[in-house]
Design a protein around this ligand. Structure first.
Ligand code: CP
Length: 306
């Protein structure tokens, strides 16, 4: 990989995505053998800088870096000088002065990782920026699909839920279509971005249409923190009309996989039966997350490793 930063799948070439998935698959095989001591990042320092809450993304980037031998620094924005008014640019410059090799940032404002990347010498990875992109999540989703189904090209993926506020849906759309999958989307009209069809999505007028013949059905978290006005009447109605349940899954291919980026609102976006059932892949997605983040860290820094 030749680029300095990974800011989104919109700008990654298909070959770069393939390379990350291929290395990610090798990393996952090692993790499945419980191998957690690798030399790829020895002598490197990796900092996580999260301006928003996270369980999965932050811990899995940190474990990925530690498993490959990096020094890992976790900046807690709530107790950092950000609270004294320090800007993102100045925080970045400070971390750069400490000779950090990689900065992993999550920020509520779309474009913040790009601003950081322009400011610092360190590699920057976007761990989710506002409603824009969440590239590592889409890559781990794609790794899980490839591992289970053997390929991405030709797959039909249905994404149901709050598409408007979802950076996961957008990164998946860019990545999956670049690798030859088709993506159908269904959401309440208030939660469907205009013109997403121009980005390659098939916008559907019912859940049934979206799920028909799908290999994978992905639910999305309702992002209440990003909704400034009521976009649907109640959680009960959302579950009834926009949730993924056993009845809707009958329209998908037999054995179709059920995925979700997490955290899940059980019984709203997905039924518990689907989350914990045979076709649910949510826990597997979590392990794929460490593997794909190991691949991202390795590929970004490997030219510099002697
Ligand atoms: N999927 C995801 O981004 O989860 P976290 O918010 O827990 O990191």
């Amino acid at each position: 990989m030749k680029r300095k930063d990974i800011l989104g799948l919109y700008e990654l070439e298909a070959e770069e995505i393939d390379e990350i998935l291929s290395v990610g698959m090798s990393m996952k095989k090692l993790l499945l053998q419980n191998i957690k001591r690798l030399p790829h990042l020895q002598g490197r320092s990796v900092t996580t800088l999260f301006y928003e809450n996270s369980t999965r993304t932050r811990s899995s980037f940190e474990l990925a870096a530690k498993y490959m031998g990096a020094h890992v620094l976790s900046i807690s924005v709530a107790t950092s000088s950000v609270q004294k008014g320090e800007t993102l640019v100045d925080t970045g410059k400070t971390l750069d002065a400490m000779r950090n090799d990689v900065m992993i940032i999550r920020h509520p404002v779309g474009g913040a990782p790009r601003l950081l990347a322009k400011t610092v010498k360190a590699h920057v990875i976007n761990a989710g920026d506002g409603m824009n992109e969440h590239p590592s999540q889409a890559l781990l989703d794609m790794l899980t699909m490839q591992e289970n189904l053997g390929h991405i090209a030709g797959l039909k993926v249905a994404i149901i839920g709050d598409i408007l506020h979802s950076r996961v849906a957008k990164s998946n759309l860019y990545g999956l279509t670049k690798l030859g999958a088709s993506v159908s989307m269904y959401a309440p009209r208030t939660l469907m971005p205009t013109d997403i069809d121009k980005m390659g999505a098939k916008v559907c007028s019912s859940r049934e249409e979206a799920v028909e013949g799908a290999d994978i059905v992905m639910g999305l978290r309702i992002q209440l923190e990003r909704q400034h006005a009521g976009c649907f009447p109640s959680l009960g109605e959302y579950a009834k009309y926009y949730g993924v349940n056993e009845e809707i899954m009958k329209y998908a291919k037999p054995g179709a996989l059920v995925m979700h980026p997490g955290p899940v609102n059980r019984g709203v976006e997905l039924t518990s039966g689907l989350i914990d059932g045979e076709t649910g892949r949510i826990e597997e997605q979590v392990l794929s997350g460490i593997a794909v983040r190991m691949a991202m860290l390795f590929l970004l820094t490997k030219e510099e490793v002697a």
